[in-house]
Design a protein around this ligand. Structure first.
Ligand code: SAH
Length: 351
C-alpha cells in the first residue's frame, strides 16, 4: 500500500476526522491488495461489533408512484412506460404477516414519494403494523417530508428511516436531479430524522454520471459528520427509460472497497449488502458481507408487483433475493461462515 494511504488508513482507524485530501488519497486508485487489506480490517471490526451475524429486513415496496423526477431512477414521474401500482393497507399487512412467519422482525416500507400516502394514511398504516407486530421494528423509506410528518410517523411507531443523500456535492447533486430538488433540503431532512430519534440511514450510489474521487470524498466527509446508524451503498445501474439509459454501470469492486471504508469509519454501522450489488454481480451480496456489510434486505413485496418496482434494469427479485427463499439466502451466508438471524437488529446505541 502506498505510504500516504497507509498513514490515512491509520488516522481513520483511530477515529480522526479526515480532510478532503486525505479522503481522496484513500479512495483513489485502490489496488487489489488495498481492497483485500481494507476488507480484512472491515470484517474484523464488524465481527467485533456484531459477531458473525447478518441481520435480515423484509422489504415491502408499497408504491411506485413518485412526484420526483430523479434522472437515474426508473420510477421517476416522467417515465410514462412505468406501470404504476400502490398496495392497500391490507396488502401491506399481508406482506408483514408472511414476513413474520418467515422470521423477519424488521419491515421496511419503501416507495416513491406518492402523495396518496399522506400523513393520515401513513400513520394509520404504521399504527396498524406496530399493533399487530409489537416485537418488530418498522423502517420507512419514503423520501423527503416536512418535520411534522416525520414527527407524526415517529409518534405512530416508526423506528428507523432510510434516506440516501445520493451525493454530498452540490454540483453533482444538480447533475442527478432536476432543479426543484436540493441537496440542502435532503441533508436537512437527515438531521431532522436524527433529532427525532430515528435510527437513520444515509448513503449513495457508486458510479453515477459525474461522480469523481472528489465527490466520493465529500460523501465520506458527510457521513463522518452525520454519523448515521445505517449506510446504503450500491452501484448505479442504468434504467432503459431514464435520461441515464446509456450511462455505464457503477463498478462493483469500488462499491465493495467503499463498503469497507464505511465500516472502518463507523464501526457499529448497520451496513446492507444491497439489492443493486446483488444485481450487478453474481454473489454480490456475499461479496458485500465479506467487505464488511452485515444486513441483507430480501424482497417481501407481493409477487405480482415486484417487477414493477424497477429502479434500474434487471433488478433481481426472485431467487435468493426473494423473502420466501430465505433458506437459500441463509445457506449462502453459512457458506461464507455468516448466519442470518431473526432479530430486530437494532443499532447498538438503540438497544
Ligand atoms: N423515494 C425514496 C426511495 C428511493 S428508492 C427516497 O427518495 O429515498 C431507494 C434508492 O434506490 C435511492 O435512494 C437510490 O439511491 C437507489 N436507486 C434509484 N435508482 C437507481 C439506479 N438506477 N441504480 C442504482 N440505485 C438506484
Amino acid at each position: 500500500m502506498n505510504p500516504e494511504k497507509e498513514k490515512n488508513l491509520k488516522a481513520l482507524e483511530s477515529g480522526e476526522i479526515l480532510s478532503r485530501e486525505q479522503w481522496k488519497s484513500l479512495i483513489k486508485d485502490p489496488t487489489k491488495e488495498d481492497a483485500r487489506i481494507f476488507a480484512e480490517k472491515a470484517c474484523r471490526i464488524r465481527d467485533r461489533q456484531y459477531g458473525k451475524r447478518v441481520f435480515i429486513r423484509g422489504l415491502i415496496e408499497f408504491t411506485n408512484y413518485c412526484r420526483n423526477d430523479c434522472y437515474y431512477c426508473g420510477i421517476r414521474r416522467s417515465n410514462c412506460h412505468a406501470s404504476r401500482y400502490r398496495l392497500t393497507g391490507e396488502e401491506i399487512l399481508e406482506c408483514c404477516r408472511s414476513g413474520y412467519e418467515l422470521g423477519f422482525r424488521t419491515f421496511v416500507l419503501q416507495g416513491g414519494e406518492d402523495p396518496y400516502f399522506n400523513d393520515e394514511r401513513m400513520t394509520e398504516i404504521i399504527r396498524t403494523i406496530k399493533k399487530e407486530f409489537p416485537d418488530c421494528a418498522l423502517t420507512l423509506s419514503i423520501g423527503e417530508k416536512e418535520r411534522k410528518s416525520y414527527e407524526a410517523f415517529r409518534q405512530a411507531g416508526a423506528d428507523r428511516y432510510l434516506l440516501r443523500h445520493e451525493t454530498a456535492d452540490d454540483d453533482h447533486y444538480r447533475l442527478l436531479h432536476p432543479a426543484e430538488m436540493s441537496l440542502r433540503h435532503r441533508k436537512a431532512c437527515l438531521y431532522t430524522l436524527k433529532e427525532l430519534g430515528y435510527q437513520t440511514g444515509a448513503g449513495f450510489m457508486v458510479g453515477t454520471p459525474g461522480q469523481t474521487a472528489d465527490t466520493l470524498a465529500a460523501d465520506m466527509e458527510f457521513l463522518q459528520e452525520l454519523k448515521p446508524e445505517m449506510v446504503g451503498i450500491g452501484p448505479f445501474l442504468p434504467h432503459h427509460d431514464t435520461p441515464f439509459r446509456h450511462q455505464p454501470a457503477g463498478d462493483v469492486g469500488l462499491t465493495l472497497y467503499l463498503l469497507s471504508l464505511v465500516r472502518i469509519m463507523l464501526p457499529d454501522v448497520l451496513l446492507p449488502a444491497t439489492t443493486a450489488l446483488g444485481t450487478a454481480a453474481q454473489n454480490g451480496r456475499e461479496a458485500g458481507v465479506l467487505a464488511g456489510a452485515n444486513v441483507v434486505m430480501p424482497n417481501l413485496s407481493p409477487g405480482n408487483v415486484r417487477e414493477k418496482y424497477l429502479l434500474y434494469d434487471n433488478k433481481i427479485c426472485t431467487g435468493n433475493e426473494a423473502a420466501e427463499n430465505l433458506r437459500d439466502l441463509s445457506s449462502s451466508m453459512s457458506a461464507i461462515c455468516y448466519e442470518t438471524v431473526t432479530d430486530r437488529g437494532d443499532h447498538k446505541k438503540f438497544i
